[in-house]
Design a protein around this ligand. Structure first.
Ligand code: T4K
Length: 399
């Protein structure tokens, strides 16, 4: 990091505040010593994948962690979402939000289903019965809700709504590992929930994921789909795949689980530091976790109110990039504006006003176990200066 220069900005010609890029993910990885010890074991066993001992241990420990009957580990959440849709025997359309990572909607295409994109609540960024209801028709067989950021949908209300309409309900809970609703871990709601253990997630296997369910029949189908009928007794399924988690992934996940309390504590501290520094930047609102009694504090998601801050979200991103801060506009554009749906459904997609608004205003700041306190303080100073000097910044961006 270079010396503080509170009144100077890289976009106005000063040196960048950070010498090395500060990416959006500053990620947890186990210590080299732990990593080496785990991998020596794997090498000694010479058993590398397909329900090895580490994957089995991880599944038992995750079942206890989530308080569910079945945790089924997979190689990433995208294949997990495809498998979840397949295991539920869905047909036709699935109502799902457009404001999500593209993998949510793409998984439905892979399962020969069609997403019916619905809007989200402006406060929680999640779907509600009110945002889903306009999209229900006889072709809809399920709801795929997304638990975003450090919070969740209201899962019990969605369960009641899905049951009343005779629909399956599953959750993309890629972001929500370690969160709880009224003391109940996310993982036990709906028919199935899907978690991502990607390197940028709060709980990491570098790549990986997990499906959770309390339904024994669905679990049997999932185990068959995961591994070309799998190791257990075959049950009838139409399609199988390869979603197996390797022992290398399971080893990293087990180490993440050991260190999870420390990761949570670090995230909570960072969240508090960000909260304090963002309070000094008018027009930048930190998204507080919604609907949860316990959060993982993983994401620093900010709503940019351009009139008050002085810069739009995209102008702010460019000014931060000049400082070597690689913040991101998650999610932009909404999935309904991406291929293939933008072309295929053009003119047919109803207005998604809240989605459109958030896609223009929301951004994510650098976060994760390795972001230093000092980096957040520096960022806070920069944001204050950027807002004060917004007219100069806008001019520089126009040149
Ligand atoms: N549903 C939702 C709601 C999701 O958010 C996601 C994934 C999924 C489903 C699907 O889960 P997976 O199939 O991936 O398990 C990322 C991630 O690839 C993706 O996992 C994540 N969501 C999505 C929101 O973001 P990118 O392309 O924006 O991230 P990436 O890989 O560029 O990483 C971000 C930054 O983190 C990099 O600029 C640098 C830093 N980084 C990243 C990696 C991977 C590191 O420093 N080290 C690393 O190893 O998609």
């Amino acid at each position: 990091m270079t010396a503080p220069h509170l009144d100077q900005l890289a976009i106005l010609g000063a040196k960048p505040a950070f010498e090395r890029p500060l990416p959006v993910g500053q990620l947890y990885f186990p210590s080299w010593e732990k990593y080496e010890a785990r991998f020596r074991d794997i090498f000694a066993r010479q058993y590398y994948t397909n329900q090895g001992p580490l994957t089995q241990e991880l599944e038992r420990r995750l079942e206890a962690f989530f308080g569910v009957r079945h945790a089924i580990c997979v190689t990433n959440a995208t294949i997990g979402l495809i498998m979840a849709a397949e295991s539920l025997g869905l047909k036709g359309k699935v109502v799902t939000p457009s404001f999500t990572f593209i993998a949510t909607a793409q998984s439905l295409e892979w399962a020969n289903l069609r997403p019916a994109f619905c809007d989200i609540d402006l406060r929680t960024h999640c779907v509600t019965p009110e945002t889903i209801a306009p999209y229900l028709d006889e072709d809809v067989s399920a709801i795929l809700a997304v638990n975003l950021w450090n919070g969740s949908c209201d899962p019990r209300t969605l369960e009641e709504f899905a049951a009343a309409h005779n629909l399956k309900l599953f959750f993309d809970s890629a972001h929500s590992f370690g969160c709880e609703v009224d003391g109940v871990p996310i993982g036990g709601f709906g028919d199935v929930e899907v978690f991502s253990f990607h390197a940028t997630k709060v709980f990491s296997a570098a790549e990986g994921g997990c499906l959770t369910t309390n339904n024994d029949e669905i679990a049997k189908r999932l185990r068959n789909i995961r591994s070309s009928y799998g190791a257990g007794p075959p049950v009838p399924v139409v399609k199988t795949s390869n979603g197996r988690m390797s022992e290398a992934q399971a080893a990293v996940a087990l180490m993440s689980l050991e260190d999870f309390p420390a990761i949570l504590a670090r995230n909570e501290r960072l969240f508090g530091l960000y909260r304090a520094c963002l309070a000094r930047a008018p027009g930048l609102r930190l998204l507080e976790p919604t609907n949860v009694s316990k959060t993982n504090h993983q994401y620093i998601v900010v709503d940019v109110e351009a009139e008050t801050f002085g810069l739009t979200r995209d102008q702010l991103l460019r000014a931060l990039k000049a400082e070597n801060i690689v913040a991101r506009r998650y999610f932009h554009p909404g999935a309904h504006r991406c291929m293939p749906w933008a072309d295929r459904d053009s003119g047919k997609t109803a207005a998604l006003p809240n989605t459109e608004t958030l896609c223009e205003r929301i951004m994510q700041f650098p976060t994760g176990a390795l972001v230093s306190d000092e980096a957040v303080a520096r960022l806070g100073d920069l944001l204050e200066t950027l807002s004060k000097r917004a007219p100069d910044v806008r001019k520089a961006l126009e040149e």
